[in-house]
Design a protein around this ligand. Structure first.
Ligand SMILES: C[S@@+](CC[C@H](N)C(=O)[O-])C[C@H]1O[C@@H](n2cnc3c(N)ncnc32)[C@H](O)[C@@H]1O
Length: 154
């Protein structure tokens, strides 16, 4: 147990997000259905890893929410006054502030990817990219505490 706890995670930044969102308030809470496009700049040394990426229609982008608080494990959400554990939410404030976005890949120019669906602040570090697959789609998935409120709102 102790060994597992002491093993530090070493992340490598593979690129940077260029978006129009300059402050946390500018960014949507989920970018998935937003029209704004942004550019993912992948650093030169990782460009070989983009081979075939243009054959993927949608990507999972993991980015580092570098302006987040990391000392929070319970939080409120925009959905209501109740407190939830951060791991039951998409709050950017969490011990490891990793943001997850599914984006449309619109264009690749070298190591620049034009995408739609991000909610990251300009300058956010990119830590990984993976292809989104139909396997990831679970149409009957639920977040019961939030879906209940959505139903109330009609
Ligand atoms: C609610 S989080 C959701 C992120 C991601 N779609 C997810 O589900 O993991 C999105 C919010 O995080 C905040 N945010 C975006 N980039 C950030 C950054 N680099 N540092 C801190 N907060 C950030 C913005 O306020 C944005 O509205």
């Amino acid at each position: 147990m102790d060994k597992q706890r002491s093993r530090p995670a070493q992340l490598k930044q593979i690129g940077v997000v260029h978006s129009r969102y300059r402050t946390k308030k500018d960014a949507p809470s989920q970018g998935r259905h937003r029209r704004e496009e942004c550019t993912l700049e992948i650093f030169e040394e990782y460009e070989p890893g983009l081979l075939d990426i243009e054959k993927c229609s949608h990507l999972i982008v993991l980015y580092w929410q570098h302006e987040s608080r990391r000392d929070i494990v319970r939080t409120k959400t925009p959905w209501g006054p109740e407190i939830h554990g951060v791991f039951a939410t998409r709050s950017p404030n969490r011990p490891n502030p990793i943001g997850f976005c599914v984006v449309d890949l619109l264009e690749r120019k070298g190591r620049l990817l034009k995408v739609k669906g991000m909610d990251a602040l300009d300058g956010s570090p990119i830590i990984d990219i993976k292809p989104y697959s139909r396997l990831d789609c679970i149409p009957d998935s639920r977040i019961a505490w939030r879906d209940r409120d959505l139903q109330k709102e009609g």
